[in-house]
Design a protein around this ligand. Sequence first.
Ligand code: GDP
Length: 329
Amino acid sequence: GLRTNAAAAAEVSTEAGKASREDVRNIAIIAHVDHGKTTLVDAMLAQSKVFRDNQKVEERIMDSNDIERERGITILSKNTAVSYKGKKINIIDTPGHADFGGEVERVLNMVDGVLLLVDSVEGPMPQTRFVLKKALELNKKVVLVVNKVDRDGARPEYVLDKTFDLFVDLGATDEQCDFPVIFASGMNGIAGPEPDELAENLEPMFEMIVNDVPPPFVNTDTDLQMLITNLDYDEHKGRIALGRVNAGKVTKQMSIKIATPDKDPRSGKIGELFIYENFIRTGVDEVMAGDICALSGLPDIGIGETIIFGAAEPLPTIEVEEPTVKVAF
Ligand code: GDP
C-alpha cells in the first residue's frame, strides 16, 4: 500500500546509521558566462558572517602575505565557502559548457543542490543545458536564480517561463519542474521572492539555499571513505587532492590506503588538511563526512581514486561520458 512521506523519511534517516549534516550545504553554480556568477559569489562572500564570526580567520588573513594569499586564491579559485546562520555553504564552480573529461559529473557528485543562475534579459543559454541535464539526471535539487533583475529590458517572468520550458525539454520530472525560484541583482547584493519584492540583502537567497537544498546525508561513524574529484598543485605542498568526505572522518597526518574497485590498494600518508573559508585555504586537524576538503601528501593520487581506512570500500570510479554535441569553447 501507500506509505506517507514521513514514514518513508523515517526509514531513510535510520538507514545504516546515516545522519544529516545540518550544519553543511554543498552547492554547485551553473551559469552561462557573463550571467553574473563572479559578482554574485563576491556579494555572498561580502555578506557572509565568516569574518565577523571567526576572529581567527581574520587574523590569519591579515598575517599572511600577499603571495600566500595569492596562492590560496589560485588553488581555491573553483571552490569557496560562506557561512550563513551557523551553516557552512560550500560553493563549487561548474564548467559552463559540455566537457570532455567528466568534470561536470565530478563536481555534481560533491553537491546536493545547484544554483542555476540565469540573466533576466538573455534567459537560459544552450551552453548550460548540458550541465543542467546532468544535474537533473543525478537528481540534484535545483534552485533557479533569475539574476540582474535591475537591468534595462529585464524580463524576469519571461525568463522564468523559458527556464521552465527548458526543464520540460530536458525531461525533468513534475517534482523537478516545481523548482524554487529567487530573483536577484547580484551587483546590488539583493534578492527576493518576486522581481519587485527584493530585500535589502541576499538573505532570501541564503534562506532558500539552506531550506531547499538538502544537507549531506552521510555516515560519520564508519571508516573513512573520500572520493577524489579534483586535483591542484601547490609549489610548496605539491599535489593537492580535493573531494568530499563521503563517510567517516579524515585527519591530518593520517595513514590511509588509496584504492579503486579494480586495483589493489596502495598505502599513503596524508600531510596537511584544508577547508575553505571565503577564498582562503585554512589548515584544520580533521574533517567529518559531508564536508569538502583538500589535502596534501599524496603525490601520486589521481581523480576517481578513493582514500579509505580500515574496512571502507573504494567508491566506483566516475564514468566519463562523451557528450553528443560538440560545442565551441
Ligand atoms: P560571470 O562571467 O558569470 O562570472 O559574470 P560576472 O559576474 O563577471 O558579470 C558579468 C557582467 O555583468 C559584468 O559586467 C557585471 O558587472 C555585470 N553584472 C553582474 N551582476 C549584475 C547585476 O546584478 N546587474 C547588472 N545590471 N549587471 C550585473
